[in-house]
Ligand binder design. Structure first.
Ligand code: DC
Length: 223
């Protein structure tokens, strides 16, 4: 039986760092679905597409091929780099992710990637839509202030000077967009376990999840 772990939560909750580490320790695959929304969001923005123009988006997506090989994404055959990691790309991802066509397209792709393997997938709707059958569903959370501070430190370490207040504003705005959209909004799956990471170290969060995964995946194996 494959062990499927869904990790959802808002921007800056620690999802990416934690999900990567859990996958590494368990020796299973890792999927960052936010990266896929960033790739498509940036692509549609760069091609001047109206986020509400359903048919135009549908047409554009026909020319898009996203592949995921050895932990790297390829857009129409070209490797995707750090251009999707900016705050603007995050905002475009959030805007275009409200489009039903974009969601349908990426959800299908994500379901295919997650099928028939043990995997840790992270995003906003993994436990609710992409892997509703995952044995382990985690919802990571932290206060907007803690999340903004984390982003601030992360960007500062990379040499990017940003204002903390601006980051906090962006986080609150993105939360509002992600939780209020009609399709697959960011909500905690009923059967998910919420972990508030505000006062926990990465190590503590990872250990909690590994413990849950060992219990849940073993239970499934023994059935
Ligand atoms: O996790 P992230 O910050 O890279 O995600 C960027 C945006 O993509 C996020 O604001 C909302 C969207 N997203 C989504 O709608 N569903 C997902 N499963 C993952 C991300």
């Amino acid at each position: 039986m494959h062990c499927k772990i869904a990790i959802d939560g808002p921007a800056g909750s620690g999802k990416t760092t934690v999900a990567k580490e859990v996958a590494k320790r368990l020796g299973i695959d890792y999927l960052d679905t936010g990266a896929m929304y960033r790739i498509v969001g940036l692509y549609l923005h760069n091609s001047d597409t109206d986020p509400n123009a359903t048919e135009e988006i549908e047409q554009r997506l026909k020319n898009v091929s996203i592949e995921y090989k050895n932990g790297r994404y390829y857009l129409n055959g070209n490797i995707v780099g750090d251009e999707i990691r900016t705050a603007e790309a995050g905002m475009y991802a959030s805007i275009y992710s409200a489009s039903p066509v974009v969601r349908k397209y990426l959800t299908q792709l994500q379901k295919e990637i997650c099928a028939n393997r043990s995997i840790v997938a992270e995003g906003r709707d993994i436990g609710t839509v992409v892997m509703p059958n995952a044995q382990v569903k985690i919802f990571l959370n932290a206060s907007p202030e803690v999340r903004a501070k984390r982003r601030y430190e992360e960007l500062k370490a990379k040499g990017t000077e940003v204002s903390y207040d601006e980051l906090l504003k962006q986080i609150i705005e993105r939360d509002k967009k992600d939780t209020s959209r009609e399709i697959a909004p960011l909500i905690k799956a009923q059967d998910s376990i919420e972990i508030d990471t505000s006062d926990l170290t990465i190590e503590e969060v990872v250990n909690k999840i590994i413990k849950i995964a060992n219990e849940k995946c073993k239970i499934v194996k023994e059935q």
